[in-house]
Design a protein around this ligand. Structure first.
Ligand code: M6R
Length: 607
């Protein structure tokens, strides 16, 4: 989604802004732009398309500047175009924005009535006009910003410049992420730490309602009532934010192959020989969850799929009722009054607006114990939660989530083991799961070696229009994750069904042009999924099977992909790997933009 980077420095800031935009590309965008100070005035350069084109247009050899704001836009209001690209200006005021101004129509109507003419279709333009009007009334830049944000409803992170106050950049955060990066004789704002990691390792994570005022030697953070607040500066490990492909062709490929190491990092220091270490969820967690009677999980996309797997684990091993909702749906239902609830939010980025607002809603309407399973320390979701377990996957840049999923499941397994201990479940079961979890990296490693097999399947998929994924029980969420991977990066329609649902409708779609990928577990579902596969084969559907058993007789035309066998509860984690790589190779054969699929954003910061 939109990305912001801006700042002021004693040195030339333009290369820093452009590099910041490059490092924000992973979030997803369709256009980009920069406003920068030059010879006492502010110049704008914008572009529909890639940051690289913008960099050429900017003519970095000729242009130099000490102050500027830059933006990657992911269109919400108004088509992707140079005109709608940010920064937006109103005379002396220049604004970049991430989020949605929900009352922009109302504000636009008022401004139009005052004679203001709009030149874009965006919701952002109202902000520039409002600030300009206040400055024209004689208010300082800072006061004009404070008065403007009082009028805005919705989510926004802003970077703002005033031509008449040429030393200052103002950043505002309200429900959309913004960090303040502090350097020597230079200060910055950005949507995330990654954008600024080449220039500083000192960051302030702004809270909702905070306004950052920065010039090159000073930063001040104020709350919405214009009072200066004390903020904590965090030192982050900038090396962790490398954007190097390390020999891979795409970030998605790199991240898939990093999964064994990511799982190791996820469990590192968190397990004893027989179970989880005490205290890994933070002081007080185990005491807080000892009498829970419900678990409510909220998540979106891939993270939602990992939640659905935990739901099975919870019912089977804990006997605790677990409900899973989409972030975008949860808060629109009447909250059901429950006894003591553990509310788990799962998010790679920690900034997904739907998940974050559900968490805030749950805290407002009930009294849950909130736990974030998240990959980004200090992200909004972590800060909003009582407890956090970081997945430790390292930065995930490919839009299609891969190692985040596998480490979420690892972290959820640590949650399962911890709740099993706290709720007195059998030590022998905990020991068995712990042993299998420790062996998971080895199994993933092995699964990653069969790239030729995955390429062969991808060759048979990339010209198809539609595919079906089948799974039952624990494997149904995995089938959904496989379908999501394929559709988001190859644009091939992919649907997932529980095997038993085939005969209730989707079987009508089966013919020789509809490949089916079926997950075949070694558990109580084996016979039934085998029958489902036979139903497909009987209608000339080509079936590819994935599972820990040896070749079965049922797959006539497709093929069988054998994966290592582990405990049934962990085998789904292994079975996602072939589907990730099949999706990846299918996209390669089709020639789509694997890391930045069309229309999608990595960090979805609008509801
Ligand atoms: O950062 P989050 O885990 O909260 O993101 C949730 C979804 O937006 C994300 O998983 C999305 O579905 C991915 N593109 C899937 O690959």
């Amino acid at each position: 989604m939109c990305g912001i980077v801006g700042g002021t420095s004693e040195r030339n800031i333009l290369p820093i802004l452009v590099e910041g935009l490059r490092r924000l590309e992973y979030r997803g965008y369709d256009s980009a732009g920069v406003a920068f100070k030059k010879n006492g005035t502010i110049s704008i350069t914008k572009n529909k398309g890639r940051v690289e084109q913008l960099a050429k247009k900017l003519n970095l050899k000729e242009n130099q500047s000490n102050l500027g704001i830059a933006h990657t836009r992911w269109a919400t209001h108004g088509i992707p175009s140079e005109k709608n690209a940010h920064p937006h200006a109103s005379k002396n005021i220049f604004v970049v924005h991430n989020g949605i101004i929900e009352n922009h129509n109302e504000l636009k109507a008022q401004l139009k009535a005052e004679g203001i003419r709009f030149s874009t279709q965006t919701d952002t333009e109202v902000i520039a006009h409002l600030i300009k009007i206040y400055t024209e009334k004689g208010q300082s830049f800072e006061k004009a910003v404070f008065n403007t944000i009082k009028k805005l409803k919705g989510a926004y992170a802003l970077g703002i410049l005033d031509k008449n106050d040429p030393e200052q950049v103002i950043g505002v955060r309200n429900q959309s992420p913004l960090v303040l990066g502090k350097g020597f004789q230079e200060n910055f704002i950005a949507s995330d730490v990654m954008a600024l990691s080449p220039v500083t390792n000192k960051f302030v994570y702004l809270d909702d309602g905070q306004v950052a005022l920065l010039n090159h030697h000073k930063t001040v953070v104020k709350n919405a009532s214009n009072q200066t607040v004390r903020v904590k500066t965090h030192e982050v490990d900038s090396n962790a934010y490398t954007t190097d492909l390390q020999g891979h062709n795409h970030f998605m490929e790199k991240e898939i192959f990093e999964q064994p190491a990511a799982v190791k990092d996820s469990i590192e220091g968190r397990l004893t020989k027989n179970e989880t270490q005490e205290g890994i969820f933070g002081a007080g967690f185990e005491n807080a969850v000892k009498d829970i009677t419900n678990i409510q999980i909220v998540a979106c996309g891939t993270s939602f799929h990992s939640a659905r797997i935990f739901e099975f684990w919870s019912h089977k091993f804990l006997g605790i009722n677990c409900r899973v909702d989409y972030g975008s749906e949860y808060q629109y239902q009447e909250p059901v009054k429950t006894d003591k609830t553990l509310l788990v939010t799962i998010s790679q980025s920690g900034e997904t607006a739907d998940t974050l607002s559900s968490l805030k809603f749950a805290k407002k309407t009930g009294n849950p114990i909130s736990l974030a399973i998240c990959n980004v320390a200090n992200s909004s979701i972590c800060r909003e939660s009582d407890f956090t377990l970081l997945t430790n996957a390292g930065p995930e840049i490919g839009v299609a989530s891969t190692k985040a999923f596998v480490t979420q499941l690892t972290a959820l397994n640590l949650l399962l083991l911890t709740l099993m201990r706290v709720h007195g479940c059998l030590p022998s079961a905990r020991k068995r799961i712990t042993k299998a979890l420790n062996e998971l990296p080895k199994h993933l490693e092995k699964t990653l070696k069969q790239t030729d097999v995955y390429k062969k399947v991808a060759k048979q998929l990339f010209k198809k229009n539609s595919t079906l994924f089948l799974g039952r029980g624990l494997y149904f969420p995995i089938a959904r994750e496989g379908a999501l991977k394929l559709k988001e990066i190859s644009y091939i329609h992919a649907e997932a069904y529980p095997g038993g649902e085939l005969k209730h409708g989707p079987l009508a779609l089966i013919d020789k042009d509809m490949p089916v990928i079926a997950l075949v577990p070694d558990n109580e579902h084996l016979d039934k999924i085998t029958s489902n596969i036979a139903e497909v084969a009987a209608r000339k559907g080509k079936v590819f099977t994935i599972g820990p058993l040896g070749k079965t007789k049922i797959t006539k035309e497709g093929g069988h992909i054998k994966i290592p066998k582990t405990l049934d509860l962990l085998n789904p984690i292994i079975s996602v790997v072939p589907m990730q790589l099949i999706a990846y190779y299918t996209a390669l054969f089709k020639g789509t933009d694997v890391d930045k699929p069309r229309n999608l954003a990595k960090s979805v910061t609008v509801e």
